[in-house]
Design a protein around this ligand. Structure first.
Ligand code: DLL
Length: 439
């Protein structure tokens, strides 16, 4: 498949690392002179921009945390005056203030470039009709993809989120060949279609889906590909770095290629902050090498993954990141056991008869013991009429599969079709009621 910008995406690694080194020393000087919080951090560590001469000096630079950006809310961490900022986006932020991203004209051109690379990597060309169901607005998903599709000359349908039935009509009438939304919303579209008696696979022409903005497992990919009859690509990004456009899979689906000439990745041990080698799992950290309005140095994403540096069969030489395993702050500690929601998803989807709709509830009993309840929808065929014997067996199977993978007992509650709330964007999978008892 074609590569949008082979000069950079397939650059020999030695040359790429040299370029990254030069850009790193430039950005270190830039943030030092333009952003007070970085000057302060450098000074506290006794660093000057001259100390940063190349990639080997990356380790010497200070980290940036989400809290650092919150403290500068809304615009104090911008490196340019507000007159030069032409666009603002923000993360959804479930609690408190959102994290803001600012873009100059040059940043938007960079975003268009990395999003053009992104959609090209998924096989999108100017012949495609792209149904873009990511939310348009402050969220970076809608407008980010919009830029990418326009840049490669695809016909973009800026449908945004919501009005699911209407989306199905437009998908069919316009003959969309590509669609983009969160993986959870793709299933909502498939379900709604089934409800209307439409077989999504047969009726729609969609050949490619580019899904991200939330964690999803390989098992979820299989479900989506099966139900929608398309090839599903994983895309990763975050507002603090640029939005979507940080990394995406290619046709080999063996990790997401990072646009490393602009976003320099590292993996660190989340406890000690120590840099880890390729192949080791840890927290993903990014330094933006070329951004103007809101550059960040060693931004701690809290996302856990593994990086690989071997050249991919597609010809790209940039580092690949594995599917995100979870977030450091998503990990549940239940009765002393560390549990990632992704492991629960994987386990449930391997139990025949369960649907890819679930919610994880953690609660604490009067005796101060943590309880893990998994609410999951079972296939509609067990409910019409209700077949309690089969449902009891299915629940027992699910509990035993979870005991085996998690190592602790869970209570599985089977639900009928459409019992759990569906989301237009990121699904809320975990409800931790224990927070109510704290402080
Ligand atoms: O979710 C940007 C985006 C839009 C990415 C559209 C992909 C497609 P935020 O709202 O700032 O930005 O959320 C960023 O979402 O730190 C991850 O925890 C999570 N996330 C994003 N993509 C993935 C993915 C957008 N493919 C946060 N797999 C990140 C797992 C993801 N988690």
């Amino acid at each position: 498949m074609p590569i949008w910008n082979p000069e950079y995406e397939s650059m020999p690694r030695d040359d790429l690392e040299k370029l990254q080194g030069q850009r790193l020393s430039q950005i270190a000087a830039y943030v030092y002179h333009k952003i007070p919080i970085y000057r302060r951090k450098f000074q506290e560590m006794g660093l000057t921009p001259d100390d940063i001469q190349g990639l080997d000096d990356l380790k010497r630079l200070p980290f940036t945390t989400k809290q650092d950006l919150r403290d500068e809310y809304p615009f104090s961490n911008f490196a340019v005056p507000i007159e030069d900022v032409v666009r603002i986006h923000a993360s959804s932020g479930t609690t408190g203030k959102p994290t803001v991203g600012g873009y100059t004209r040059k940043d938007l051109a960079l975003w268009a470039e990395v999003m053009a690379r992104t959609v090209t990597s998924c096989g999108v060309t100017n012949k495609d009709i792209a149904h873009n169901a990511y939310g348009y607005g402050l969220f970076t998903g809608g407008l980010g993809f919009h830029l990418g599709y326009q840049t490669v000359g695809a016909t973009v349908v800026p449908v945004s989120g919501g009005m699911t039935r209407r989306q199905l009509m437009l998908l069919e009438d316009f003959g969309a060949t590509v669609m983009t939304c969160t993986p959870s919303y793709s299933l909502v579209l498939a379900e709604e279609a089934a409800e209307l008696g439409i077989n999504f696979r047969d009726r729609m022409k969609v050949r490619v889906g580019i899904f991200g903005a939330e964690p999803w497992t390989e098992e979820m990919r299989r479900e989506i590909e099966e139900r929608l009859g398309l090839e599903a690509y994983d895309i990763y990004g975050l507002t603090e770095i640029i939005g979507p456009g940080v990394s995406v899979e290619c046709e080999y689906h063996n990790g997401m290629h990072i646009n490393e000439d602009h976003f320099l990745p590292e993996i660190i041990d989340p406890k000690t902050g120590e840099q880890l080698p390729y192949g080791a799992e840890g927290e993903l950290v990014f330094t933006t090498l070329t951004k103007e309005a809101m550059p960040v140095i060693r931004y701690r994403t809290r996302d856990l993954t593994v990086l690989h540096a071997e050249k991919c069969s597609c010809g790209r030489t940039v580092v690949r990141m594995e599917k995100v395993r979870g977030r450091t702050d998503d990990m549940l500690i239940v009765r002393g056991v560390n549990i990632f929601p992704s492991l629960i998803e994987k386990t449930l989807l391997n139990v025949d008869g369960l649907e890819p709709q679930y919610q994880i509830i953690v609660d604490r009993s009067k005796e101060q013991l943590d309880r893990l309840e998994i609410r999951v929808e079972a296939n509609h065929r067990f409910f019409d009429p209700i077949d309690t014997r089969v449902l009891d067996q299915l629940r027992a199977d699910a509990e035993s599969a979870l005991l085996q993978t998690l190592g602790i007992r869970t209570d599985v509650k089977l639900l009928g079709p459409n019992s759990l709330e569906r989301s237009l964007g990121k699904a809320k999978r975990v409800v931790d009621k224990r927070e109510l008892y704290e402080g």
